[in-house]
Ligand binder design. Structure first.
Ligand code: NDP
Ligand code: OXD
Length: 321
């Protein structure tokens, strides 16, 4: 629909939603119910004027799409990460972005990481293989207190995850940019990366995608891990060099990897990562956001922003996370 300068601006604020096609009707219904004082549209509908949109709730918006909304006041990421928005070269950088985090999403990340740490530590794939082969095999593993796990990225998701692993009895180290202390976890600063990596059995990556974290897991850093280590990648695909990872797995320096995030999503069916025998792929489900867990958080953030209240999950646009 074309803008008509003689038409009055709508009295209600207008929100446009761009999410994956399978869930978009669910998102529209949920957000319309949660924000009855607003008008809610789906990105591909032609029943709204771009000029009238005030807020956008998005996951992987097409490049150039947000720049074409001239009266946009704020963007809400359907995710804790925002690189799916800021990797658009035409993103209008003066428009603030609010990410979506909160207890249900922290809980999901804790579950995901605990699941895979326990699976690795207690050798679940080998147990399953033995069971299927009717082999009586007793695996005796070190207790959790003798297993060192490192969490790269001690933010909203990394910190509760580290504390969950501590609760299970693991030794846990953390790494963050500034090294903010966390009770019960030794937290290293970015510059201390070699000391952070040097004795980890399992490295868990929960970092934001920024210029500094691009390819942070590469040949050099992988070889700072002890032989036999594992990597769980749950931050962003850009953080791990796929070829360096596969080489380290092939040469036996790494024992295995679990990957949830990829440079291209969905991961193309012909990608060699799928076929690698030492890699378990999950489909960006570590801490997925659907309307029942994310809708209320986004609605509360949107109202707080609109009313000029403090919005804690506002992205620091200078740092990119
Ligand atoms: P936060 O912004 O709360 O935390 C980010 C953490 O990373 C902070 O501790 C920060 O340090 C640290 N950090 C940033 N840059 C560096 C660096 N260069 N070196 C070392 N540490 C660094 O983010 P969240 O915890 O909410 O989320 C993290 C990421 O997880 C998201 O950006 C997203 O990409 C990913 N994610 C993945 C999901 C999945 O399903 N797989 C779901 C949700 C998020 P400091 O504390 O000093 O600022
Ligand atoms: C993300 C998310 O940011 O799924 O990756 O929330």
């Amino acid at each position: 629909m074309k803008a008509d300068s003689t038409v009055q601006r709508p009295s209600k604020k207008r929100v446009v939603i761009r999410v994956d096609p399978e869930r978009r009707a669910w998102w529209k219904e949920t957000m319309s119910n949660l924000l009855p004082e607003m008008e809610v549209f789906l990105w591909d509908e032609d029943s709204y004027c771009k000029e009238e949109i005030n807020y956008a709730i998005v996951w992987t918006p097409p490049h150039g799409g947000l720049a074409r909304l001239p009266n946009l006041e704020c963007v809400f990421s359907v995710g804790a990460g925002v690189s799916h928005i800021t990797d658009d070269p035409s993103y209008p950088w003066h428009i603030p972005i609010v990410r979506t985090v909160g207890p249900p999403l922290q809980q999901r990340m804790r579950e995901y990481v605990a699941l895979h740490v326990l699976r690795i530590h207690r050798r679940l794939p080998e147990i399953e293989a033995a069971s299927k082969a009717r082999e009586w095999k007793q695996f005796v593993e070190p207790v959790a207190g003798d297993v060192m796990v490192g969490i790269m990225g001690m933010g909203n998701l990394g910190t509760p995850t580290a504390l969950t692993l501590r609760g299970l009895g693991y030794q846990v180290k953390g790494l963050s940019r500034r090294g903010r202390p966390v009770d019960g976890v030794e937290v290293y600063k970015r510059d201390d990366l070699p000391r952070f990596l040097n004795n980890l059995k399992i490295l868990v990556v929960i970092l934001p995608a920024t210029r500094d974290t691009d390819n942070i897991i590469n040949h050099r850093t992988i070889h700072l891990l002890p032989r036999g280590a594992w990597i769980i990648g749950a931050g962003r695909g850009t953080q791990i060099s796929d070829s360096d990872l596969m080489n380290a797995l092939d040469e036996g320096h790494l024992e295995g990897a679990v990957l949830d995030v990829f440079r291209q999503e969905p991961l193309p069916t012909n990608d060699p990562l799928w076929k690698h025998p030492k890699i378990l792929i999950t489909s960006h489900t570590a801490s997925a956001i659907e309307p029942s867990v994310g809708g209320k958080i986004i609605a509360d953030n949107l109202r707080a922003f609109m009313e000029g209240q403090e919005v804690p999950d506002l992205v620091d646009m200078t740092q990119g996370y």
